[in-house]
Design a protein around this ligand. Structure first.
Ligand code: GLU
Length: 320
């Protein structure tokens, strides 16, 4: 269905009303206090269409911890920095295991299955460090995300790293430290693990609203270009491939279920956010902090499932 023949205002309002009623809201991540303190009652949704029109519902302007959604942006940066050489150090297959699993790394000799599981994202951070100090690389990443979210009017200067969350990640990141050290033993981490993880923990702690996140995802709906500026972020081929990885690997061991129910490339984070892309049509961000048993936003997934049913935007819907 073409986006202009849809009443998206009514559709987003209907979805927000349904989500507000939901009693089973999932479980808020509590491995660090800063995330555990967030109310499960929040729900936000932002849809940015190819022509720039924006539809918002609920807490669309409330910033939350984007967590693993940042892995999409760091992968994009790494593709720009080192190009396809990245695929020598990280794979492109769904893992079928939890976000922080270490099991496959043993048999696959320190090469993570894909850039969206923790091990893969840690390798991507290691590549981004290059010759930079961690502080510079962190600054670079925040500037990159701000530039993606810039719509020329609302300003994006308030996209920042939540230092409280970053500290919590570092204090409890024992598994991530194990993953990094294990990969270092295989020669797939080139920097001191504290540096690589410093970047990883900070990227997880980027705080953004649904509106900012949907704006930042525009290049993935628009063939690699920021449609507002016309500037290329990545080549069209790379945008297509990032979307393919999001579809296959964006929800950890729940990726098959997400594709089954929603049918869009999507990336989730344990903060309860999901960025989903309807190529050529829309960049969509949802946020509901309660997670399902796979660590993906329970009601965020439901909201996207409803949206796709009402709009026909699944990539598996016949082209209108
Ligand atoms: N900071 C989290 C971790 O590495 C990110 C996990 C996620 O969002 O899935 O444990």
């Amino acid at each position: 269905m073409h986006s202009h023949s849809l009443d998206l205002k009514a559709i987003t309002a209907e979805i927000a009303a349904e989500i507000a009623q939901a009693t089973d809201r999932g479980r808020v991540a509590d491995y660090i206090p800063a995330l555990g303190a967030i109310s499960p009652a929040h729900f936000g949704m932002a849809i940015v269409l190819a022509d720039g029109t924006c539809h918002l519902a609920g807490d669309a302007d409330v910033a939350f911890s984007i967590q693993s959604i940042s892995k999409v942006f760091s992968l994009t940066m790494a593709l720009g920095a080192v190009g396809d050489a990245i695929w020598k150090r990280v794979g492109r297959e769904p893992s079928g295991s939890a976000f922080n699993s270490i099991i496959q790394l043993e048999t696959e000799r320190g090469i993570p299955r894909n850039p969206f599981i923790n091990a893969g994202a840690i390798v991507v951070c290691d590549m981004l460090l290059g010759r930079y100090e961690p502080r510079e690389a962190i600054g670079d990443m925040v500037r990159f995300v701000r530039s993606l979210a810039d719509d020329g009017q609302s300003g994006d200067g308030d996209i920042v790293i939540d230092e409280h969350v970053a500290r919590g990640e570092a204090e409890t990141g024992f598994r991530n430290m194990a993953l990094a050290n294990y990969m270092r033993a295989f020669g797939n981490i080139h920097h001191p693990v504290e540096h690589t993880l410093g970047l990883y923990f900070h990227q997880c702690a980027i705080a953004m609203s649904c509106r900012q996140l949907a704006l930042a995802g525009r290049y993935l709906m628009a063939g690699g270009r920021n449609p507002a500026t016309g500037r290329s972020v990545v080549s069209a081929q790379r945008a297509r491939r990032i979307n393919a990885l999001m579809l296959m690997c964006g929800h950890y061991d729940g990726s098959g279920e997400f594709a089954f129910r929603v049918g869009l490339p999507g990336k989730s984070g344990v903060g309860g956010g999901i960025l989903a892309i309807a190529p050529g049509v829309a960049s969509i961000a949802v946020w509901s902090p309660g997670l399902n048993e796979r660590g993906n936003s329970q009601l965020g997934t439901l909201a996207l499932e409803r949206l796709v049913r009402k709009t026909g935007w699944s990539i598996f819907d016949p082209v209108p």
